[in-house]
Design a protein around this ligand. Structure first.
Ligand code: NDP
Length: 312
């Protein structure tokens, strides 16, 4: 039986682990392999992190996660390198199962994150981090005074386009329909911005140039007649939504209509007492390493206080 079990090993999970370990709660962190992938969350697929305070020269995403992990191990966090396959949050102690073991927990901190959705074309994958990105706040700076495109028609796409318009020479929004899904106010802001152009009824079918190892343009296909044309850009931002990693919690915790875990405002408390959620799994708005770390810290402090109240 463990006092605190943390699921996930991105900035939220490891920050929760550092705080829980330093509070003498001997946390276990099930770091997750995300089905054959790597532990550590979205920063593992990021090249340079330049907006995390304390690293004035920037730091590579995977290096940063190595340091997070080292710090949580230094204070005694036990790391389990498996995925949690099923959870039972209907009674205490909570029960978590991996492929090889069952784990009992008095409290649980969920920090399983979210995954960016991708178009799913080969050239997009080949050029990820070489001009193709899913986060303008993270990578926009590398495309200062260059031409970029944003794929998507929702609030995220409009937000990314507006942010990039402040840095780049031009931004072209590529949307598969002729009507935006974004809220009126976000859409208007983008439509009124003279630096932002729109390519309606268009799909990206290829990102060029895989041989050069950098983005030089994209091939667009008209969804109505299949006509193809090329647009020269140096950066491509995919903003077609994120999927929170909450499948295993469905039916056990309150989720919002997009699958994100609902937490009580200003806290990390979920709909089940003793279960806390931190980072992108409960945040579709900020989605930053530093905010994830902040809520990871909150979750550990709340778990500690909740455990103390149970004992008292
Ligand atoms: P959405 O699901 O709202 O929008 C996704 C967009 O991507 C849609 O326009 C969709 O097209 C398009 N799309 C999806 N799949 C593909 C594909 N395979 N190829 C091409 N285009 C595709 O996701 P968002 O991330 O924009 O928003 C998620 C939630 O977060 C929303 O509730 C949003 O309101 C909220 N949010 C709020 C913000 C704010 O208030 N500041 C900021 C950001 C997000 P189609 O329209 O045709 O389906």
């Amino acid at each position: 039986m463990h006092k605190v079990v943390i699921i996930g090993s991105g900035p939220a999970g490891h920050t929760a682990a550092i705080y829980a370990a330093r509070a003498n709660l001997s946390p276990v962190c099930v770091e997750g392999l995300v089905k054959g992938g790597v532990a550590g969350g979205q920063l593992m697929i990021t090249t340079d992190v330049e907006n995390y305070p304390g690293f004035p020269e920037g730091i590579e995403g995977p290096k940063m996660m190595e340091l997070f992990k080292k710090q949580s191990e230094r204070f005694g966090t036990e790391i389990i390198s498996e995925d949690v396959e099923t959870v039972d949050l209907s009674q205490r102690p909570f029960k978590l199962s991996t492929d090889s073991q069952e784990i009992l927990a008095e409290s649980v901190i969920i920090a399983t994150g979210a995954s960016a959705r991708w178009l799913g074309i080969d050239s997009e994958q080949a050029l990820q981090n070489r001009g193709v990105s899913a986060c303008a706040t993270c990578d926009g700076f590398f495309f200062r005074n260059q031409d970029v495109a944003v794929v998507g028609g929702g609030d995220t796409a409009m937000e990314e386009a507006n942010y990039l318009a402040g840095l780049c020479s031009s931004v072209t929004v590529i949307h598969r329909r002729d009507e935006l899904r974004a809220s009126k106010i976000m859409a208007k802001r983008a439509l009124d911005n003279p630096k932002i152009k729109f390519e309606w009824n268009s799909h990206v079918v290829e990102v060029k140039d895989v041989d050069k190892g950098e983005v030089t343009g994209i091939v667009l296909e008209d969804t109505r007649n299949g006509d193809q044309r090329e647009l020269k850009v140096q950066g491509l931002f995919i903003a077609i939504g994120h999927t929170p990693n909450t499948e295993i919690f469905q039916g056990q915790l309150q989720l919002d209509e997009n699958g994100y875990i609902v937490t009580k405002p200003g806290t990390t408390q979920t709909s089940v007492e003793g279960v806390f959620a931190a980072g992108d799994v409960q945040d579709h708005v900020y989605r930053q390493a530093v905010t994830a770390a902040g809520t990871g810290c909150m979750a550990a402090i709340e778990a500690e206080r909740w455990l103390a109240a149970q004992e008292g």
